[in-house]
Design a protein around this ligand. Structure first.
Ligand code: 5GP
Length: 206
């Protein structure tokens, strides 16, 4: 599958700052689109159906799995999450760049189906810093924080399978790194031939 659009997949242990980074990236780059996943987890706080996630029941989720509706799906922290196949394929076929903010299991599934996907892993600067961030966030109980820290060690070990690594020590610098990865993909030969067809024709480049 060689589609004109890029598929960026961003994964990170919880507390690394992935959501904040992706949100800032999307605000800076109007050519990037985010895909809304389906989940069986109940909405948190101000979350709205169709905005953060499509919130569905487990039987409905399983029916979608059976039906082949998901590009990938995984169980994360006891809930099911899946990326809708249709939404992504249509967009990248149409030349749009899509960002998926999913867990590492989903990212590796995507790479198998779609080898051109660009896998980005965001690392915390250290486990000590990650623990401090989870504590500062004040969202989780001690048990949940302990579980997230245990999971983080497994997750960090998956970073070796990703194409790019961004260390989120300083937010601005991590955001710059993310922007650079996106920009570099758009400078690849095939992308430039599509986007700068006039120049290519003038230079008799195929
Ligand atoms: P949360 O419940 O905190 O929003 O997300 C929990 C984890 O599930 C995060 O790592 C998030 O990136 C991941 N996640 C969200 N959507 C998907 C999805 O469609 N597929 C997979 N595999 N993981 C997802």
């Amino acid at each position: 599958m060689d589609y004109p659009g890029n598929l960026f997949v961003v994964a990170a242990p919880s507390g690394t700052g992935k959501s904040t980074l992706v949100k800032a990236l999307l605000e800076l780059d109007s050519r990037l689109q985010v895909s809304v996943s389906h989940t069986t987890r109940p909405p948190r706080g101000q979350e709205k159906d169709g905005r953060e996630y499509w919130f569905i029941s487990e039987p409905d989720f399983r029916a979608k799995v059976e039906h082949g509706d998901f590009f990938e799906w995984a169980e994360v922290h006891g809930n099911l999450y899946g990326t809708s196949r249709q939404a992504i394929e249509e967009r990248i076929k149409g030349g749009e760049d899509v960002v998926l903010e999913i867990d590492w299991q989903g990212a590796l599934q995507i790479k198998k189906i779609f080898p051109n996907a660009i896998l980005i892993f965001i690392l915390p600067p250290s486990y000590e810093e990650l623990l401090q961030r989870l504590n500062r966030r004040g969202e989780d109980t001690q048990d949940v924080i302990d579980l997230r820290m245990t999971n983080a060690r497994t997750e960090v070990n998956q970073a070796r399978h990703f194409d790019f690594i961004v260390v989120n020590a300083l937010f601005e610098s991590a955001l710059f790194d993310l922007k650079t990865i996106v920009h570099a993909q758009r400078l690849k030969y095939a992308a430039q031939r599509r986007n700068k067809s006039g120049v290519f024709q003038a230079l008799n480049l195929l």
